[in-house]
Ligand binder design. Sequence first.
Ligand code: ATP
Length: 301
Amino acid sequence: LTQLFRPLDMLGMVYRTIRQGLIDMAAMFRLIDMPVEVADAPGAPALIIREPRVIFDNVVFGYDPDRTILHGLSFEVPAGGHVAIVGPSGAGKSTIARLLFRFYDPWQGRVLIDGQDIREVSQESVRAAIGIVPQDSVLFNDTIGYNIAYGHDGATHEQVVAAARGAAILPFIERLPQGFGTEVGERGLKLSGGEKQRVAIARTLVKDPPILLLDEATSALDSRTERDILATLHRVSAHRTSISIAHRLSTIADADTILVMEAGQLAEQGSHADLLRRDGLYAEMWARQQAESTAQAEAAE
Ligand code: ATP
């Protein structure tokens, strides 16, 4: 009987993995009504990751046939490297994330993870390899433990505790009278923006993916909480390949490489110091944001 049910269990697992990814992705890009655009090739094998390198190879893509959004984009994120994507609104940053998660296929060019074209492997395995830490995480009306383990029904209590520790939310949970059994969400304990972020980070740690996709996570947080969360994210991404989509440049200044997107093209790339020396678009965006934060600090005095 167990034999008989194993495939069903597997199906359930696949479904939950995909659902988890989709919920995070929906939260990240508010794409609840996203159409299903791609399908697995018949018999597509699972992605095998030995070195989680990500390559965009001359990718051309648009949502509508008459409007190209990415115009032949190429870049590489080495295994364990940290790349940040910045650029003005509408430049195509989130589109890159959607292609990596294979919501769409490129018109031309390829997206490769560890040398494998993601069109040729199963979507489920691609999505299982990528952990998303979205801006606004979806919390369910259930216990905080359930919310951390969400999408990973096989997770043990020890794994959930370890993930909470990694996300620096364990002391908070341990102080609650009901601990991991505390109900949260609309009908339970309301979590602050920073606490929700930490639940999202813990959820990603339970998944333990080799690749992390970080949406700029800190827009609604005060600067101290923001600094703490950033420190946690740095720790969590230390041994993983990570791609951050950022609006504020101060949060990604220490990335190995910063890709500066402009109108679907790579305008510049390099480290923070390289790009400042170059005195181009990035240097201009940096100067503007520095001036804005000085003005805000003065206004707050
Ligand atoms: P922001 O910083 O504002 O989030 P972004 O750099 O992430 O912007 P994208 O979301 O990648 O930009 O959008 C790039 C372009 O693609 C925009 O002009 C946008 O209008 C268009 N676009 C995005 N999603 C869709 C969609 N589902 N259908 C049609 N066009 C879209």
